[in-house]
Ligand binder design. Structure first.
Ligand code: NAP
Ligand code: MG
Length: 462
């Protein structure tokens, strides 16, 4: 350890903690401890491993408010969102505790003997976590990794490490053996790359940008590591003329401005059937102006600041001259207001009508900016929705049941919702198509990404 990161509260711009910047040596030490912990962890009877995970979940529940306040202080997200996310962490741990003794193998009918499969643990898992949902996304990897008998080394984003550190402490206090769950703070270019390349790391579970995900995959290839990637998105909410427009508009801010739009599932494009565009935009403007921005510890506010000043600059760049529309700034239809004084504020912003070729309508902004794009018919809606290298999530708003299913099958995205903007549930699989990544987190599906099928044939021929 040679240096520290000054962790900043994006609302106050004050330093709230100093956290060690670890290097390769500390990463290797953690991997060695995780490896040494494997036999002991795997020797624990399934019901006892499940019990330890439930104790861990209960410890998270006991520290619910502390973790939520810490997440809001570090990320700037509204306290209600932090409470929901910490609640989800406990739920994830309970869910996978319940899965410990239910992730079964099979017997397979074959000639000449008995054939059976085992779901074997992989070994040491390296988890690389982004800054937008630090504690929730950590749990999505820790839960299934521990349930299937792996140990795990977590590398949080350098700027948002506080809740992951606390979570690992709670795991130890709850009785997880030493080395089973560790957090190594530091830089992605050092700790992250080492985890991706380390010969004793069996799998790297990465959530972050498509660019870094691609690099992680390349580095992991040297040791044929298992890789799962949860990457970016440019998801579309498709609003048809037969939809409940009032409901679609009222729900829209939650779908695009939750966590200040710093959400891989953000519906940063709204495709609206041309015949209802004006009516929808009026309703949308009303909902956006009611989306209050301010101190995220105040329950009355729906949006806090962006995570850093640098990130605010990136988001603003999408609206600037020559960057959004060719030759000029993009036309803002509606923009909310932000507080004065410290904090990396950015107003909820609607750009309408947006040209689907503009940079702000094509690239992931990761801020509270939405492009509203008109379409004429279902075929054009499908074409526009799929006109992106990403494929993470999206919504379909219509009262026509058959159309909702046609659209849900035609849109190339891993997670779609009809008449809703909800993408993530503990019980259901989550992950991307195309350049939004591969592998599924959450649900029972995640167990397959943390274990490997072993086939055993026993001859019964005399
Ligand atoms: P990022 O820059 O890709 O960073 C993600 C993590 O990777 C951080 O812990 C980072 O460490 C680390 N990292 C950076 N460079 C690395 C390298 N060369 N090798 C290994 N690890 C490295 O992403 P971000 O800026 O934190 O998050 C925003 C992105 O994540 C968006 O694109 C968003 O869509 C995506 N995201 C996707 C999901 C999903 O589930 N699909 C969820 C949340 C976010 P440092 O902290 O040191 O940079
Ligand atoms: Mg980054």
């Amino acid at each position: 350890m040679s240096d520290v990161t000054h962790v900043v509260n994006p609302t106050t711009e004050q330093v709230i903690a100093e956290v060690a910047i670890h290097g390769v040596e500390a990463t290797d030490d953690a991997v060695a401890r995780a490896r040494a912990a494997l036999p002991g962890w795997q020797a624990i009877a399934p019901a006892d491993r499940a019990r330890l995970m439930r104790r861990f979940a209960a410890a998270v529940e006991e520290h619910h408010e502390e973790l939520a306040q810490l997440e809001t202080a570090n990320v700037g997200k509204p306290i209600g969102e932090s409470r929901d996310e910490v609640g989800m962490v406990a739920e994830v741990l309970y869910f996978y505790a319940g899965a410990v003794d239910k992730h079964r193998g099979a017997t397979v009918p074959v000639a000449g003997g008995v054939d059976m499969t085992f779901n074997e643990p992989l070994g040491v898992v390296g988890a690389i976590i982004p800054w937008n949902f630090p504690v929730a996304i950590t749990s999505w990897k820790v839960g299934p990794a521990l349930a299937t008998g792996n140990t795990i080394v977590v590398k949080p984003a350098e700027i948002t490490p506080l809740t992951a550190i606390r979570l690992a402490e709670l795991g130890l206090e709850a009785g997880l053996p030493e080395g089973v769950l560790q957090v190594v703070t530091g830089k992605g270019s050092v700790v992250g790359t080492r985890l991706a390349e380390h010969p004793d790391v069996a799998k790297v579970a990465f959530t972050g940008s498509t660019e870094v995900g691609s690099e992680v995959m390349t580095r992991a290839s040297g040791t044929i590591k298992r890789v799962t990637l949860e990457l970016g998105g440019k998801s579309a909410s498709v609003v048809f003329d037969d939809a409940d427009l009032a409901k679609a508009a009222a729900s829209a801010p939650g779908g695009m401005f939750a966590n200040a739009g710093q959400d891989c599932c953000a519906r940063s494009r709204i495709l609206v059937q041309r015949s209802v565009m004006d009516e929808f935009l009026d309703l949308l403007a009303e909902a956006v102006l009611a989306w209050t921005v301010g101190d995220p510890t105040d329950e009355a506010n729906k949006m806090g600041p962006l995570v850093t000043a640098a990130h605010r600059g990136v988001v603003a760049g999408f609206l600037e001259e020559g960057m959004g529309a060719p030759g000029g700034p993009v036309a803002t239809h509606t923009a909310g207001t932000v507080p004065d004084g410290p904090g990396f504020w950015f107003p909820p912003t609607v750009v309408a009508p947006a040209d689907p070729q503009w940079r702000m309508a094509r690239e992931e902004i990761f801020g509270p900016v939405v492009a509203v794009i008109p379409f004429d018919d279902e075929a054009e809606a499908v074409r526009l929705a799929n006109d992106t290298p990403y494929g993470l999530s999206g919504s379909i708003w219509t009262r026509d049941g058959a159309r909702s299913l046609r659209m849900a099958r035609a849109i190339q995205a891993g997670n779609l919702s009809v008449n809703s903007n909800s993408s993530v549930r503990v019980q259901t699989s989550f992950g991307g198509m195309k350049q939004s990544g591969f592998g599924r987190e959450l649900g029972l599906e995640a167990l397959a990404s943390y274990s490997e099928v072993k086939n055993v044939f026993v001859s019964t021929v005399d």
